[in-house]
Design a protein around this ligand. Structure first.
Ligand SMILES: NC(=O)C1=CN([C@@H]2O[C@H](COP(=O)(O)OP(=O)(O)OC[C@H]3O[C@@H](n4cnc5c(N)ncnc54)[C@H](O)[C@@H]3O)[C@@H](O)[C@H]2O)C=CC1
Ligand SMILES: C[N+](C)(C)CC(=O)CC(=O)[O-]
Length: 487
């Protein structure tokens, strides 16, 4: 794809438009918003605050510098020079048609217009459009700045822009699921709608409250769904005999009255009041923004756990980190310490004292050592060949505190890189502020014998090169020290 100016326009800056604005901005795009609501700027500001505290820490590398956000009184101003236009106005087809008509008379003809629509088919959106091929469905999930899925639904008219759309969405950390055929509500909302209908019936019939239904999801199958989805978990539920056995066992239940799916309860005032009252009793003590923060904190923890396992949505985040960081090799300039970590402090690294927990300093220094090892050639392929380093001694010093969202940087000096021994000194900074140091002795080992061994020649040469260059640097303050005892 040709290099494009990173300019996105958000038309409709409500719940979803605000989330799109945050994702594009934090991934380095300039974002222009058009929304006639006088409260739009305040609302987007609040969504952005939530995004800024949660999204950067998902990444183990530093995100690109944040783009510029601007609000515009006219659509013409808002779309000038835009590459991606995200329509997120209310779910009314005639309103969306009106918006596309205005947009297409004003916007660049090669910009992509993505619609956040939860349920309209792209052919419905394209009807009577000036350039039907410019409009696609890009259906996201709330919060758009944290959840990667975006359903990309297209028609034959869109053939030439599908690849570009996928590339742009992937570049901002999303997972474009290209839906093979257009249907009402795409894939995900069709599934959600089924669960939603059943939940409404359960409240309507007085079987369960809103809180009990939420407990049934979050203490059970919701946790399974978050990492594996439906079919993979049911395959496991079939035991060793797998999916066929599972269907054999539970297939007959499809004919039993387990679901009321095709009927919808009448949304009478009584039912709406009951749902609203139960929901107030369940969560009314918290503001929407506080609930959003609780949701985001939990999502960050779940996503980071999946990331550590390189699984599901976590594997997507690792791929995004690799794209942002590019290839890792030794820097050209070895006359100064090597930057081995540059990242924001994630929400789940902070503790009851409201700052980064002591254990996470070791995590960051461990990551710095891993990065240095990869840079000098002790990378995944080398380790798969049966050799690695084990850390045998560590000394940490905590010099200053740091909070969630702050960008930290670790600079690494090799004090010794000879034979089996690798002696490193890490210094952690936030800007110019020194936060901590970590001194570590590592021994090269054979993973088969579980004993010390000599490094391979390429690794040994590369380490010696760094150690020799770093020997010219002053010995860092604090190196070689133990915990002092006052007399
Ligand atoms: N809320 C949700 O959970 C999700 C919603 N969606 C979809 O996103 C779209 C927007 O939904 P929400 O953000 O929830 O609605 P919302 O009501 O929070 O926001 C809509 C915004 O559009 C603005 N607006 C109205 N007319 C406009 C116009 N002519 N030009 C520019 N702005 C205009 C409104 O002032 C408002 O700020 C819908 O198509 C919806 O189906 C998609 C995924 C999830
Ligand atoms: C309720 N909803 C149909 C607007 C939901 C969505 O479209 C996706 C989501 O975020 O759940």
């Amino acid at each position: 794809m040709r290099p494009v100016p990173k300019i996105a326009t958000i038309v409709g800056g409500g719940v979803i438009g605000g989330g799109w604005a945050a994702r594009f901005l934090l991934m380095g795009w300039d974002v222009r918003v058009f929304d006639p609501d006088p409260q739009a700027q305040r609302k987007i500001g609040e969504v952005l605050d939530n995004a800024r505290r949660s999204l950067p820490g998902l990444s183990d590398v530093v995100l690109p510098p944040e783009g510029a956000l601007s609000f515009h009184d006219t659509l013409e101003d808002a779309v000038a020079g835009s590459v991606w236009i995200q329509e997120s106005v209310p779910e009314r087809l005639e309103l969306k048609h009106k918006v596309y008509h205005s947009l297409q008379t004003l916007c660049p003809p090669d910009a992509i217009i993505g619609s956040s629509t939860s349920g309209f088919k792209p052919s419905e959106l394209q009807r009577d459009a000036i350039r039907p091929g410019q409009i696609v469905v890009t259906h996201p999930f709330n919060p758009v700045y944290l959840l990667p899925l975006v359903e990309l639904v297209t028609t034959d008219e869109n053939a030439t822009l599908v690849a570009d759309a996928k590339e742009i969405l992937t570049s901002v950390g999303m997972y474009p699921l290209h839906v093979g055929a257009e249907i009402d509500a795409h894939i995900a909302d069709r599934l959600l709608e089924a669960v939603w209908r059943e939940a409404l019936w359960l409240v309507n019939d007085g079987i369960a409250t809103t809180a009990e239904i939420d407990d049934a999801i979050r203490y059970g199958f919701g946790l399974r769904w978050a990492q594996m989805g439906l079919f993979e978990t049911y395959r496991i539920a079939g035991g060793e005999a797998g999916m066929c056995h599972f269907i054999g066992q539970f297939g007959p239940a499809l004919k039993w009255p387990w679901t009321k799916l095709m009927d919808v309860p009448d949304l009478t005032d009584d039912l709406i009041d009951r749902i609203a009252d139960q929901s107030d009793a369940q969560s009314g003590a918290m503001s929407i923004r506080a609930l959003e923060r609780a949701r985001d904190d939990n999502l960050v923890s779940i996503l980071r756990s999946l990331k550590a396992r390189d699984f599901g949505a976590g594997a997507l985040l690792n791929a995004q980190d690799a794209r942002i960081a590019g290839l890792v090799g030794l820097p050209d300039d070895l006359t100064r310490p090597i930057v081995t970590v540059e990242r924001a402090v994630p929400l789940d690294w902070t503790d009851y004292n409201g700052h980064m927990n002591e254990a996470k300093y070791l995590q960051a220094f461990g990551d710095a050592t891993d990065r240095l090892m990869a840079m000098v050639g002790c990378d995944a392929a080398y380790i798969a060949g049966g050799s690695s380093y084990f850390t045998v001694e560590t000394h940490l010093r905590h010099l200053d505190e740091v909070h969630a969202g702050t960008v930290i940087r670790v600079e690494t000096q090799v004090l010794l890189g000879q034979g089996k021994k690798l002696h490193v000194f890490h210094r952690m900074f936030a800007g110019d502020r020194e936060l901590a140091t970590g001194e570590h002795m590592l021994i090269h080992v054979s993973l088969e014998a579980r004993r010390a061994s000599e490094p391979g020649p390429v690794l040994a040469r590369s380490l010696a090169q760094v150690a020799e260059a770093h020997a010219a640097l002053p010995v860092p303050e604090g190196a070689g020290k133990a915990v002092g005892l006052r007399e």
